[in-house]
Design a protein around this ligand. Structure first.
Ligand code: ADP
Ligand code: MG
Length: 462
């Protein structure tokens, strides 16, 4: 295998360029091979994460192309680096004695393939926005296959779906090590399926997902909507596992019935068990999440600063955590304490109650898209499905109301639509609002959100 590995990465060298190769690929060392799992070490956390975010998929594709097999890459930080986590550059006094690197300790028992050890129940903050999903996830983890099957979690980007899915996997793995857990994104499920078909390895694929699987965790199932053969295959996997009373957990960015292009029979099955949503966290939950993140990353975060940050970054948890990391990095670069004033300046928001800043069409699109869990591209696109055309009309209406842009300009910014489309959208929304109190409230809430939408992070180095 080590031959295949070195051939594969060397094969990538021309494509990646020598500099990239030397910097990011060469320093990784292949330490162990367990079936299709490759265990590598990286000199430090930064290099590990950089590789994972930028090159892992390229390398996996290369390996697949060469062997017609799917591999998994797991990376640990090499022992020498772990021993002195803060001393990345070698201290000067070590120059005289170039000690050989100490031998690596035996690798610890690994969690199931693909599960990140960062995502546990113990560090998932519960709040009203995620209560049902989190409690149900816990109960599924306690008694897989017994209560909520399938368990379907949905919600917008960065709200903790993947976190809960991994937490379920870890918990089951620890409590019932004999159970075979398969975690996969729907996208990789599809890719595996395609290569199984292509390389005539369908038996292996079938074994992995049907016979050798006790718990199936599938992330972002919306990805396979509209991909007929993959949906069909997933349908059979689902049936086989369900009949055998194996636990199935699925996440998506929207409810089963709202996934366009998803087969009806699959939608119906996904609705068989428990469907739980995760909403954007409220202020208290956001503060709690920030404080936990600060604790883990050893960032000194005073209460009033946490509150201030949580007030201004409300879209999702990923951005919330990202903004904390950025402001604290920024503060330490500038050698300044993390205060309300510093955060305000860094985020480009006032530390006084929010002033009415000019609202842009983009921010209207962003807020509306995230509220309805649709893509901005869909708002700008031609699709007429109600799940999209309604948010699109609302976004046009709010653009007209809040930005002062003309009808033709709004049309242009929504993918080049005619101004009459915009005029009609505005009329429609006005007339529906007059009789539909729910829509009225939604529009009011979106206005509120936009009024407070910070121009966050725009001025930060990222
Ligand atoms: P999604 O899959 O819904 O897009 P993730 O699960 O990837 O979102 O979450 C994004 C980030 O936010 C992760 O780092 C995750 O750990 C963190 N996160 C989300 N929700 C919570 C929560 N309730 N408590 C702690 N961290 C959370
Ligand atoms: Mg996710």
């Amino acid at each position: 295998m080590s031959n295949i590995w070195s051939e594969a990465i060397q094969g990538l060298q021309p494509r990646l360029g020598a500099q990239t190769y030397d910097l990011w690929i060469r320093p990784l060392e292949l330490r162990q091979v367990q079936g299709q799992r490759l265990l590598l070490t990286a000199p430090n956390r930064f290099m590990k994460e950089w590789f994972e975010n930028h090159y892992r998929d390229v390398v996996l594709d290369e390996l697949r192309a060469r062997t017609a097999q799917d591999f998994h890459i797991e990376i640990q930080i090499s022992a020498a680096a772990e021993a002195s986590p803060n001393a990345a550059p070698a201290p000067a006094e070590s120059q005289t004695t170039p000690e050989p690197a100490p031998p690596l300790p035996p690798l610890p028992a690994l969690p199931p393939i693909g599960l990140s050890s960062r995502y546990r129940f113990s560090n998932f903050i519960k709040g009203s926005s995620n209560e049902l999903a989190a409690s149900a996830a816990w109960s599924v983890a306690q008694e897989p296959g017994a209560r909520f099957n399938p368990f379907f979690i949905y919600g917008g980007v960065g709200l903790g779906k993947t976190h809960l899915l991994h937490a379920i996997g870890h918990h089951i793995h620890v409590a019932r090590p004999h159970l075979r857990i398969v975690y996969q994104s729907a996208e990789r499920f599809m890719n595996e399926f395609i290569s199984a078909v292509r390389f005539n390895q369908f038996d292996q694929f079938r074994a992995r997902y049907r016979q050798d699987c006790d718990v199936l965790l599938i992330d972002d199932i919306q990805f396979i909507a509209g991909r007929d053969r993959t949906m069909d295959e997933f349908f059979h996997v689902f049936n086989a596992l369900y009949e055998a009373e194996k636990q199935i957990v699925v996440t998506a960015d929207r409810m089963p019935g709202d996934m366009q292009g998803m087969e009806d029979r699959l939608i119906s099955r996904l609705n068989w068990g428990l469907v739980a949503d995760i909403k954007a966290p409220d202020l208290e939950t956001r503060v709690a999440i920030l404080k936990q993140k600060a604790d883990i990353d050893r960032i000194d975060l005073p209460d009033d600063v946490a509150l201030h940050l949580a007030t201004h970054v409300r879209s999702n948890v990923r951005e919330l955590e990202g903004s904390l990391v950025r402001v604290s990095t920024f503060a330490s670069l500038k050698n300044q304490p993390l205060t309300r004033e510093f955060v305000s300046e860094a985020l480009g928001v006032s530390s006084a109650p929010a002033q009415a800043a000019p609202i842009s069409i983009e921010s209207v699109q962003k807020v509306v898209a995230s509220h309805f869990s649709v893509r901005i591209a869909d708002l700008k696109g031609p699709r007429r499905h109600q799940g999209i055309s309604r948010p699109r009309m609302i976004a046009m209406y709010l653009s007209r109301q809040l930005t002062g842009a003309s009808f033709p300009e709004i049309g242009l910014r929504f993918g080049g639509k005619d101004h009459s489309t915009v005029i009609n959208a505005c009329k429609r929304i006005e007339s529906i609002q007059s009789e539909d109190s729910e829509l009225r409230e939604t529009v009011a809430a979106l206005r509120q959100l936009l009024a407070h939408e910070p121009t966050h992070a725009a001025s930060l180095p990222s």
